[in-house]
Design a protein around this ligand. Structure first.
Ligand code: C6P
Length: 416
């Protein structure tokens, strides 16, 4: 791996591709060009091997036996928590809770923290850019508890209206729950500033880092956030595993989300008490293999280096935006200001339905997403129902962008 990374931090995505078995596939007879990384990323051999190896050599339940396999599984699963903690700068691995994905992570916090700490009249601040997973759980609490949801909007460049923040952040605001990087616009929001403002009114802050953590360095201590959530499958890990980072005092105080199995300390027929962190929130037999796979994904990312990944994606992003902007029939959403962005570009080809765009790209072996991207309030704000979307990762190259644009020209000619 070290040989792949030059002293400048640059790397050849073609060599990186060799680590990913899926790229040996052909789609409709063409080499696969995978530009749907915001939906989920491809998995390197090391991640696939870690899961295979776990089932072949170690498979056992954790925390339940003194036998060798159970001990090994327990150590491997706990190690995965340690790797994630180290990855995001959390001081204690016990403050990392494994969940199924970012969606379950936010739901756990809505039930475990929100249900017991929010009361009628309290306010939760979100942004118009949120994924449905960071809207609907708070609507559930609004209907159940009578809380109010406030929404920070965006300007016509796709940046948050920070001037409106003081009016929306009051002593009634108990939580700011917001997306770090938009899965539609790519915009990276100034979360450090917003966290500092939220602290002034005593609000907690939950960061949805699903689209940022795979692409840029994040340090939860530097940010000062109270909770942060992400999904393993968007950072080269397997599906079915995600995590929460939480501040220890909050995790100690919160109520469990699910009850039974590994989350108990003692059970009598009258009363039960809870296990220590993080197991208090990991009820039942967890996704042990998934956790170990996530740990292997973190190792893979660390080996390349997040700053190098970020630099590579920024180059691809700049190139894609430059090339796409050459055509007045490609409408790009966002990327209109100097704000920081990740490698996500939503666009439409004038006069062509995004599903037709994605369908024709697929004919050429190019995978992109089309749809509302689970962000319907944002789509509504953009006066849009659907867009096509390309999103980049370590294995993407400028040549792939060229091929994508060549196909878009054919799309325009055929349908437009
Ligand atoms: N966005 C996309 O194509 P899950 O499904 O729980 O792993 O992740 C949910 C989620 C939460 N927050 C953000 C910012 C997201 O982008 C996503 C998932 C995918 O954009 C699937 S809709």
């Amino acid at each position: 791996m070290e040989k792949l990374i030059k002293s400048s931090g640059a790397f050849d995505p073609l060599l990186i591709k060799n680590d990913f078995p899926v790229f040996k596939r052909r789609i409709h007879g063409k080499p696969l060009i995978y530009l749907d990384n915001a939906a989920t990323t491809q998995k390197p051999q090391s991640v696939i091997h870690s899961i295979d190896n776990y089932y072949r050599q170690h498979n056992s339940n954790i925390h339940r036996g003194v036998h060798t396999l159970s001990y090994e599984s327990t150590v491997m699963y706990e190690d995965a928590h340690k790797k994630v903690a180290d990855f995001i700068g959390a001081h204690d691995w016990r403050n990392i809770i494994f969940t199924r994905n970012a969606t379950e992570a936010i739901n756990l916090l809505a039930y475990g923290w929100g249900l017991h700490n929010l009361k009628k009249g309290d306010e939760v601040l979100i942004t118009i850019m949120e994924h449905h997973s960071n809207i609907v759980p708070w609507q559930m609490l609004r209907d159940l508890k009578g809380i109010k949801i406030n929404v920070l909007g965006i300007d016509d460049k796709g940046d948050l209206l920070l001037d409106e923040l003081p009016a929306l952040l009051t002593e009634r605001t108990k939580l700011v729950s917001m997306i770090h990087a938009s899965n539609v616009l790519g915009t990276v929001n100034p979360i450090k500033h917003i966290i500092q403002e939220a602290k002034k009114v005593g609000a907690l802050v939950l960061i949805d880092a699903a689209q940022s953590i795979p692409h840029m360095p994040i340090d939860v201590n530097d940010l000062g956030c109270d909770f942060l959530v992400a999904s393993g499958h968007k950072m080269m890990g397997p599906t079915g595993i995600g995590f929460i980072y939480g501040r220890q005092e909050l995790l100690e105080d919160m109520e469990p989300f699910m009850y039974g199995g590994d989350m108990i300390e003692k059970v009598t027929l009258e009363k039960s008490t809870w296990n220590e962190l993080p197991w208090k929130y990991e009820a039942g037999t967890p996704n042990i293999a998934g956790g170990i796979g996530l740990g292997a994904a973190v190792d893979y990312i660390q080996n390349i280096g997040l700053p190098n990944i970020y630099q590579h994606e920024q180059e691809i992003l700049r190139y894609a935006l430059e090339k796409m902007s050459e055509f007045d029939w490609i409408n790009i959403y966002g990327h209109k200001s100097d704000s920081q962005s990740v490698g996500v570009v939503s666009f439409n080809v004038e006069g062509v339905h995004p599903h037709d765009v994605a369908g024709m790209l697929d004919e050429e072996g190019i995978a992109v997403r089309s749809g509302h991207h689970c962000a319907q309030p944002l789509m509504h704000e953009l006066s849009m129902d659907f867009t096509a979307r390309v999103s980049f990762y370590v294995y993407n190259s400028k040549e792939e962008i060229d091929l994508c644009i060549q196909t878009l020209k054919k799309v325009k000619k055929l349908f437009g």
